[in-house]
Design a protein around this ligand. Structure first.
Ligand code: ZN
Ligand code: ZN
Ligand code: ZN
Length: 172
């Protein structure tokens, strides 16, 4: 949703106590255009107009911006973080382990979880940092025998010796 929206990067940097350098503005604006991006993707975007900016500069710039809350990040895959613009609504990240699709979901759906954790231990969950891994709606029905997949429907256990024919799963 942030794509194409112009951000007053200079004002944001100053408000966060950072000097407004061309590199910092370029990184903020690139992330605002891309929405979600790894350090490599952001470096490529910035270097399209500022080829002198190195990958390590983009890396250090993102860490500085993250430290003051001007960008945030999640971990969609093992290893490198994926940064996301703070222009977007706070969201969870849903990563399909079968097809690789990444979707966003409002943090509202996980507020019960966050509240339960906080009541139990006082711990405050950063929901926007969370990436939930599983099967997207398209991939889940294709692998009905996956022992790790939760059942799509709950039904009463059949009595021994009277196993019914397996139900036909139909998508609504
Ligand atoms: Zn992290
Ligand atoms: Zn995100
Ligand atoms: Zn999928």
């Amino acid at each position: 949703m942030a794509a194409g929206r112009s951000v007053d990067a200079a004002a944001r940097l100053r408000a966060a106590g950072l000097r407004s350098t061309g590199q910092r503005r370029a990184v903020l604006e690139a992330l605002s255009r891309l929405g979600h991006a790894t350090v490599d993707e952001l470096a490529a975007e910035v270097q399209a107009s500022m080829p002198e900016v190195s990958l390590s500069t983009v890396y250090r710039t993102l860490e500085a911006l993250d430290a003051v809350g001007l960008v945030t990040h999640t971990h969609l895959h093992h290893g490198a973080p994926t940064y996301h613009s703070v222009d977007d609504e706070p969201h969870l990240h849903l990563v399909c382990q079968a097809c690789g699709a990444v979707a966003s979901e409002s943090v509202e759906v996980a507020l019960d979880l966050a509240t339960a954790v906080r009541r139990a231990s006082g711990f405050r969950v950063d929901l926007t940092h969370l990436a939930l891994h599983g099967r997207c709606a398209s991939c889940a029905p294709a692998i009905p025998d996956d022992p790790l997949a939760p059942p799509l429907h709950t039904s009463e256990a059949p009595a021994a010796g009277s196993l019914p024919a397996p139900p036909t799963l139909t998508e609504a």
